[in-house]
Write a protein that binds this ligand. Structure first.
Ligand SMILES: *Cc1c(COP(=O)(O)O)cnc(C)c1O
Length: 474
């Protein structure tokens, strides 16, 4: 088939996707996270670019056959690696709708519908986290981009204090922007600083101990010494054990010294949803910017992150594109989100956010978060009861940091064995100098039975790794 105009296979292709979806979603509860043996099918994707293709239906049939067999079930209930949410029913159907309608959320003119859904979605996110109505935001691809968006606004603010419009003139001639943090700062905040031209090593880290708790007196002394505008990064939810920087204390320091406070709350921001954990994010409304993820605890599909900004006008200052006559300028009523964030043309990623918040509401999300808090406590108790496992940190949120009793080599081998086995996924880290596992529970599908299964697999693999340690890391 040479031209899509001649392709009769559209309806049949969509029917195939719908049929495969039913089977795949039904399998998620019980399938291994990774069918390791199926991965050889990936070779079938290779080949030369065809001159003449068979059209949609045959190709979609092939894509679904390979994809449903080899996919990593990261949207299923037994994927505890990284911090990985699933996809709620409303979010999945809305995401299909976003592809169906293929709106460009560039401006009001390119899609009044997408513009309105995005406006409401941002307002609902702001309300979900109990932030004042004066706050604004941007929907972006990820928390990395949310950190980038927030730190772009911070950069614009900081350069303005030096009398420079950095959006127009760049960093030339400015001193290095001071960026301070405790030891929990995430690699993606460093990546954002790297993309912004500050350099990832511009972060000055003040940690009070080996796990990285913020050294508040040292941060205060340094801010006093800088005696000018600076940027402070707080972490609401650190990836190894789910700990939090003391946001209110850091906000106090930022206010005292006139610094910009940015909070990376990729998943930890969701602590605000439960009275059991909202003390962990006390003071976030005193921040200047907050970064978070939709594709983690909100349980919407990739790619979904958001930045919430105390003074929304800063988004336009940092991301406006004046001077293109065919585009609406800043302040034009036909303008839109392309001028308020890093991307220009962009898909309607607001649809799954809007739909999932509309479908489950504040109470639904609170119930899900609290279920995950309970599951994390349950996992913590099961670790404590297993004589060959030891927990390394209190369970404050939904991450449980533990290791097999033994040395780092054993724990590295255990981490590799879990991935090679594929029934469940969890990743290793280094926590306070020790190699550890750090399962994170943020998927709406996960139940106690999945936690039981996880612990059974870890105990089996601990025993087998201990009896034949293997070659170890290269
Ligand atoms: C996951 C995470 C990020 C980066 O998120 P992406 O969505 O992968 O870009 C940033 N900060 C923290 C604390 C995270 O947990």
């Amino acid at each position: 088939m040479a031209d899509p105009l001649d392709d009769p296979g559209l309806a049949a292709s969509l029917d195939r996707v719908r049929a495969a979806a039913g089977d795949y979603l039904a399998s998620l509860g019980g399938r291994p996270v990774q069918d390791v043996a199926a991965l050889k099918m990936l070779e079938e994707l290779d080949g030369v670019l065809p001159d003449t293709g068979p059209g949609a239906e045959a190709v979609i049939e092939r894509l679904l056959r390979i994809g449903t067999a080899t996919a990593t079930a990261s949207s299923g209930p037994r994927f505890f690696h990284f911090v990985t949410g699933g996809v709620t029913p409303a979010a999945l159907a809305a995401d299909w709708t976003a592809s169906l309608l293929d709106q460009n959320s560039f401006s009001r003119v390119s899609s009044p519908f997408a513009h309105e859904v995005e406006t409401v979605a941002i307002a609902w996110l702001r309300d979900l986290f109990n932030l004042p109505a004066s706050w604004g935001g941007a929907l972006v691809a990820s928390a990395t981009f949310a950190n980038f968006t927030s730190l772009s606004c911070a950069t614009h603010w900081w350069a303005g204090k030096h009398g420079v419009d950095v959006a127009r003139d760049g960093l030339t001639g400015l001193p290095r922007m001071p960026v301070l943090s405790g030891g929990y700062v995430h690699a993606s905040a460093r990546k954002a600083l790297q993309m912004l031209g500050h350099g990832r090593d511009s972060v000055e880290v003040y940690a009070a101990d080996a796990v990285g708790r913020a050294d508040l007196p040292a941060i205060g002394r340094r801010l006093a010494e800088i005696d000018g505008p600076a940027v402070l990064i707080a972490n609401a939810g650190e990836v190894n054990a789910g700990d939090f920087d003391p946001i209110a204390e850091l906000a106090g320091l930022a206010e005292e010294h006139g610094a910009w406070l940015h909070v990376d709350g990729a998943f930890g921001l969701f602590a605000a949803l439960s009275p059991r954990t909202d003390h962990l994010v006390r003071g976030i409304e005193r921040a200047d910017s907050i970064a978070a993820d939709g594709h983690k605890w909100l349980n919407v599909p990739y790619e979904s992150g958001f930045a919430l900004i105390k003074e929304p006008a800063r988004l336009g200052a940092a991301f406006g594109m004046p001077g293109a006559p065919y585009l609406p300028g800043p302040g034009d009523p036909n303008s839109g989100f392309a001028l308020l964030g890093p991307e220009s043309s962009r898909r309607a990623r607001s649809l799954p956010i809007w739909a999932s918040l509309a479908a489950y509401g504040r109470d639904g999300y609170r119930a899900m978060v609290e279920r995950h808090l309970d599951l994390a406590q349950y996992l913590g108790r099961k670790i404590d009861e297993a004589p060959e496992l030891e927990r390394l940190a209190d369970v404050q949120l939904s991450i449980v940091c533990f290791r097999a009793v033994g040395d780092d080599a054993l724990n590295r081998a255990l981490g590799a064995a879990i991935i090679a086995d594929g029934r469940v996924y969890a990743g290793t880290t280094v926590y306070g100098g020790q190699v550890a596992l750090r399962p994170a529970i943020v998927n709406w599908r996960t139940t106690e039975a999945d936690i039981d299964f996880f612990v059974d697999v870890v105990r089996q693999l601990t025993a087998s790794t201990r009896s034949s340690p293997g070659p170890g890391p290269a």
